[in-house]
Design a protein around this ligand. Structure first.
Ligand code: OAD
Length: 227
């Protein structure tokens, strides 16, 4: 089976009703990233940071995977599909994808603020200030904030380097190291980019599909059939 590696971003979940970050009306228009998505913000104003992620978690409860997520899950019938996602939602898993690597953490998990290995599933949407890990420290969102290392990056680079086909869906390719993953692919690996707005990507062998994730995945299926 050929190996398809997918890098997904916020646009993947847009048709499920989740806002992207950098489009018009995106989350970073309403919030300053430095106020809600950095370790310094968590030190300075944990109430605000915690409320931001509680809001994201509460919204996720009402969202369902969209056609794009479902078509990606269906691809497992014909390909060895590995998804590397920058998204912190669980919509790929809920659509049935079996190999999903979260580069930027997971909304539905929380972790100890003194021991990053202590990760827990959160029951419900609300993390409360005062909720502690077994070592007694405050639990924090299990999110990779700006300025923090991306622990899954080595594994992601290894997966990308062994792709037969690489697909980028719904990411502006603004945030590194994730945005650099496509450059780990072999020189003969075809690359497909699904996004209504072409992200900046100048390399050989790229096919742009200028559609939203759902329609773009339908087109990708056709193109894969003719490879
Ligand atoms: P962005 O908001 O930067 O980019 C979203 C991309 O999705 C853009 O290129 C849009 O054109 C595209 N898009 C919008 N609607 C779409 C749709 N229905 N189907 C397909 N594409 C669509 O989001 P990311 O690139 O994911 O990190 O952002 C990367 C990281 O920056 C996030 O993981 C987050 C953020 O700050 C953290 O919070 C750590």
């Amino acid at each position: 089976m050929k190996k398809i590696v997918v890098l997904s971003g916020a646009g993947m979940s847009q048709e499920s009703g989740l806002r992207t970050f950098r489009d018009m009306g995106g989350l970073w228009e309403e919030y300053d990233v430095m106020d809600v998505a950095t370790p310094e913000a968590w030190q300075r104003n944990p109430e605000l940071v915690n409320r931001f992620y509680n809001d994201r978690r509460r919204q996720l409860v009402d969202c369902e995977p969209n056609q794009g997520h479902r078509l990606l899950a269906d691809l497992e019938n014909d390909f060895d599909v590995h998804i590397i996602t920058q998204n912190v939602d669980d919509l790929h898993e809920r659509a049935g994808s079996s190999k999903v690597l979260h580069l930027h953490g997971e909304l539905k998990k929380v972790r100890s603020s003194v021991d990053p290995e202590l990760i827990f599933d959160l029951d419900g949407w609300e993390l409360k200030l005062g909720d502690t890990c077994p070592k007694g420290s405050q639990l924090r969102p299990h999110i990779v904030w700006f300025g923090e290392a991306v622990p899954a990056m080595d594994e992601a680079a290894e997966i990308a380097s062994t792709a037969d086909i690489f697909v980028v869906i719904g990411t502006s390719l603004n945030v590194y190291p994730a945005a650099g993953l496509v450059h780990y692919t072999a020189s003969n690996c075809p690359v497909f980019v699904i996004d209504p707005e072409r992200p900046p990507l100048s390399m050989r062998g790229v096919t742009f599909i200028e559609e939203k994730a759902g329609a773009g995945m339908l087109r990708l299926k056709e193109l894969l059939g003719s490879l």
